[in-house]
Ligand binder design. Structure first.
Ligand code: PEP
Ligand code: MN
Length: 341
């Protein structure tokens, strides 16, 4: 971090200020130019509040050289992180570090028949994980809100039936105790900056699927991951799920460039959600393939056996048949990319 000092600051004031900064655990290097004095801060500057420093009466400008996230930063962890899970069927499921993790299932759990049939179908096609929402963040309070605890029970029945590990969204930290048998906890786009939720999940031992907010920058997503990691939980999968655009043709716009950007900045696995990114089932297979070609470590895809009758997100849900043929194409892509599917 570099701090440019205002003109005309007295030597004694500068010394006091340097001492104050060193009290925050960094070394301060003073450099006096002809027209500008700058302080270079060396050490762990992640915990130093640049915005607060900018407001200090001696400070002209603060320039961050290193990103404000540390634990999520590839600089401090050059190797890819791989999330591994021993599934109930005995298979080791992996995401990241050369392994593609494919999560598939309905937007929301609707009935026992629906979730069990879909769990079987996506497993048969080669999915590694089953998704299904029990608590749904809906824009309208009048829309289907998910089956709640009963939906979780059905999802866990589908897990037992197929041996697939399950991924489902936690909206409210008070529900955490219901999630004991859930394998991966999803934090949805709307909750990406729910900092109290993120802090609590830092204390939990389960992997977290952290979805990018639809108006959040890459740095904000990594700072959200940093919240969870700072609490002690490093098992995070980042997810690009589309951001808002001016064009209503697609529900969101899949920011493919976020995939290589996140992988460059961070060691955490990055997956893509082509379903919420596009909102259009017919576009899902091509964007799924594009995401893998862009370097994604996996996908989360909405699959429904009767999209027309789905209680949530039917328009973007592909059928089990389409999912099975997409999996065939992904196997070919995985070979090209040298990754394990
Ligand atoms: C979902 O996965 O069903 C969901 C609601 O996702 P997002 O938070 O990305 O909108
Ligand atoms: Mn959905």
């Amino acid at each position: 971090m570099i701090i440019a000092i205002k003109r005309g600051v007295a030597e004694s004031e500068l010394e006091d200020f340097s001492r104050f900064l060193e009290g925050q655990g960094v070394k301060v290097h003073l450099s006096r130019g002809v027209s500008q004095t700058v302080l270079g801060l060396v050490g762990d500057t992640a915990a130093i509040d640049g915005e607060a420093l900018s407001a200090h009466h001696l400070v002209e400008k603060v320039i961050r050289v290193q990103e404000p996230y540390k634990r999520a930063n590839r600089i401090f962890h050059p190797d890819d992180t791989r999330i591994e899970l021993k599934a109930p069927d005995g298979v080791l499921r992996r995401v990241g570090g050369g392994c593609l993790g494919i999560i598939a299932g309905p937007c929301s759990v609707e009935t026992r028949e629906q979730i069990i049939a879909l769990a079987r179908a996506v497993k048969e096609a080669g999915a590694g994980f089953l998704r299904g929402g029990a608590f749904k963040p809906r824009t309208s309070p009048y829309s289907f809100q998910g089956l709640g605890p009963a939906g979780l029970d059905l999802l866990l029945e589908a897990k037992k039936e197929t041996g697939l590990p399950v991924v489902t969204e936690l909206m409210d930290i008070h529900h955490l105790e219901l999630f004991e048998d859930v394998d991966i906890i999803q934090v949805g786009a709307r909750n990406m900056q729910n900092f109290s939720l993120l802090k609590e999940l830092g204390r939990c031992k389960k992997p977290i699927l952290l979805k990018r907010g639809y108006a959040s920058t890459i740095t904000e997503l990594l700072m959200a991951a940093e919240y969870v990691m700072a609490g002690g939980n490093s098992r995070i999968i980042l997810c690009e799920r589309g951001i808002r655009s001016f064009d209503p043709y697609t529900r969101n716009i899949l920011d493919l460039s976020a995939i290589p950007a996140l992988k460059r900045q961070s060691h955490l696995p990055v997956i893509a959600d082509p379903s919420h990114a596009t909102g259009l089932a017919w576009m899902v297979p091509s964007m799924a393939k594009a995401a893998i070609a862009a370097g994604a470590d996996g996908l989360i895809i909405e699959v429904h056996n009767n999209p027309e009758a789905a209680l949530c997100d039917g328009e973007q849900s592909i059928t089990p048949d389409t999912f099975a043929s997409l999996m065939g194409a992904l196997r070919g892509l995985a070979d090209i990319e040298g990754k394990v599917l």
